[in-house]
Design a protein around this ligand. Structure first.
Ligand SMILES: CCCCCCCCCCCCCC(=O)SCCNC(=O)CCNC(=O)[C@H](O)C(C)(C)COP(=O)(O)OP(=O)(O)OC[C@H]1O[C@@H](n2cnc3c(N)ncnc32)[C@H](O)[C@@H]1OP(=O)(O)O
Length: 184
């Protein structure tokens, strides 16, 4: 009689959530109440800037991520994996997917009504993402602690309810406008 190997779900422990201790808000850190006002103020402050590698229309080599909405504090965006995004043959590069997560978590941070930069970004890759895929990303804030905003997000393949390919958690740090360098 031949025996078959145990199924992955039987042999491996369940995967933990995306956040490590460094991307988990400290006990008591408030989760912000959703508000559309912060997004409006921040979008106005970015008016005329199209150079973002993630979402900028003027960034020719960028991902051209499309921001599709904000609801109850959750930011949604999407992009299509092109040939130039490959890592291994036929599959999206992990750094490209990390960029998309950075963009979405960053958007959920800026939604809070202040300017934030990425301090730490953690990513779990759960499934390969083929070239040609539409990748749907969502992100939300899990807590605020002084200048630190804690964020989580996930990327799904093929549609908003498709299989989860990436999960991410991060800490974004609030900075003043003067942190940025004016374009020359
Ligand atoms: C819908 C809305 C759409 C909006 C669209 C817009 C989308 C935009 C999307 C954009 C997406 C793309 C986004 C991008 O690509 S952002 C570009 C990539 N990121 C950077 O360039 C950041 C580079 N780093 C720095 O500039 C400085 O180190 C910063 C400013 C971050 C801190 O230096 P600063 O001297 O100012 O502050 P501090 O050192 O006193 O630290 C302050 C607090 O922060 C805590 N800390 C610091 N580092 C980390 C860390 N790694 N993990 C955890 N925590 C960290 C630190 O412990 C301290 O906590 P506490 O001691 O107070 O408790």
């Amino acid at each position: 009689m031949t025996s078959s190997p145990p199924s992955p779900s039987a042999s491996r422990p369940a995967r933990p959530g995306p956040a490590s201790s460094r991307t988990t808000p400290p006990p008591g850190a408030p989760a912000p109440a959703p508000s559309g006002e912060g997004a409006a103020v921040m979008l106005a402050s970015l008016a005329g800037f199209d150079g973002c590698f993630g979402c900028g229309s003027e960034a020719e080599s960028g991902l051209r991520i499309r921001h599709t909405g904000v609801e109850d504090g959750v930011v949604t965006c999407e992009f299509t994996v092109r040939r130039e995004h490959q890592g291994a043959p036929g599959l999206c590069h992990g750094g490209v997917l990390a960029t998309a997560m950075d963009e979405a978590l960053g958007g959920a941070a800026w939604l809070l009504g202040n300017r934030y930069v990425t301090g730490r970004l953690e990513t779990d890759y759960l499934a390969p993402v083929p070239v040609g895929s539409d990748v749907h990303v969502r992100a939300w804030c899990t807590g605020l602690d002084g200048r630190k905003a804690y964020l989580e997000g996930e990327a799904r393949v093929g549609g908003p309810d498709g299989p989860v390919a990436v999960r991410a958690a991060g800490v974004f740090i609030e900075v003043p406008q003067e942190h940025f360098v004016p374009e020359s």
